[in-house]
Design a protein around this ligand. Structure first.
Ligand code: NAD
Length: 239
């Protein structure tokens, strides 16, 4: 195995499926009770803020139930960050906080976070565990009705793209875990990393048919744990 120095990992909804959070494309789950543009677009929010708040309030309350907790895949990635000699950067499309709860620290939430709200008037971002409504007031500027989920909706630009592109260009291994490769720009990350010389690995329940150098099929909890053990048992990669 080549000695790795820079690993960039992209995670999607599939890594949290075994934690009890339905994926976007799963046949069940909250997403399918609504049209995507109604609850995950700026136009949908403008048209019916009450519906959008209700949708994210439900998802936030579900995330905070005791049954939802990090699984072996989240813990394995946190272990990799602690024990790998070199850089491990985690980029997640997920809006849950399961990577943090498992102990990951080098983490970018490119699509925002369910446990944060943003004021559209003053820009203040605040941690939140309660529900918000159209009447909720910004704690900083006191503007009423100005709060929105701090989430990147369809048609909006993902967060931290400069840092992400820098990391992808410096990566010598890029790994995509539990993502369908349908949502851009994340779906193009493996090509950017590969064009700059990185090896590429996909871990998924089923192949997405993308052109990764290696594909490992199986549930994230099993395959990610095994892959991490392989990497850190290579003595050249242990801190
Ligand atoms: P997606 O739903 O489009 O795809 C999920 C992928 O995960 C599929 O390729 C599926 O085969 C795979 N998968 C399912 N179960 C798996 C398992 N146990 N192990 C390994 N792989 C598994 O999700 P996406 O690609 O992340 O894109 C959807 C968008 O919806 C993202 O922007 C994301 O922010 C959002 N979303 C987030 C959450 C979350 O925060 N947990 C949940 C649903 C959707």
């Amino acid at each position: 195995m080549t000695l790795l120095r820079n690993i960039v990992i992209l995670t999607g909804a599939g890594i949290s499926a075994e934690s009890g959070i339905p994926t976007f494309r799963a046949a069940d789950g909250l997403w399918h009770e609504h049209k995507i543009e109604e609850v995950a677009s700026p136009q949908g929010f403008a048209a019916n803020p009450a519906l959008v708040h209700k949708f994210y309030n439900q998802r936030r309350q579900h995330l905070l139930t005791p049954e939802v907790k990090p699984n072996l895949a989240h813990f394995a990635l946190a272990k990799l960050e602690r024990e790998f000699q070199g850089q491990v950067m985690l980029i997640t499309q997920n809006i849950d906080d399961l990577h943090e709860r498992a102990g990951s620290r080098q983490l970018i939430h490119m699509h925002g976070e369910l446990l944060k709200i943003r004021c559209t008037q003053c820009g203040m971002v605040t941690q939140i565990t309660d529900s918000i409504t159209e009447e909720s007031i910004c704690q900083q500027c006191k503007a009423p009705g100005s709060l929105r989920p701090d989430i990147v909706w369809f048609g909006e630009t993902p967060m931290h793209m400069t840092d992400i592109e820098e990391a992808l260009l410096a990566a010598d291994l890029f790994v995509a875990i539990g993502t369908s490769g349908n949502v851009y720009p994340a779906a193009g990350f493996y090509q950017l990393a590969a064009s700059a010389g990185a090896e590429t690995l996909e871990i998924n329940l089923e192949s997405t048919g993308s052109n990764f150098g290696e594909v490992r099929i199986g549930s994230a909890s099993q395959v990610v744990s095994q892959w991490v053990e392989e990497l850190i048992s290579d003595s050249g990669n242990i801190k």
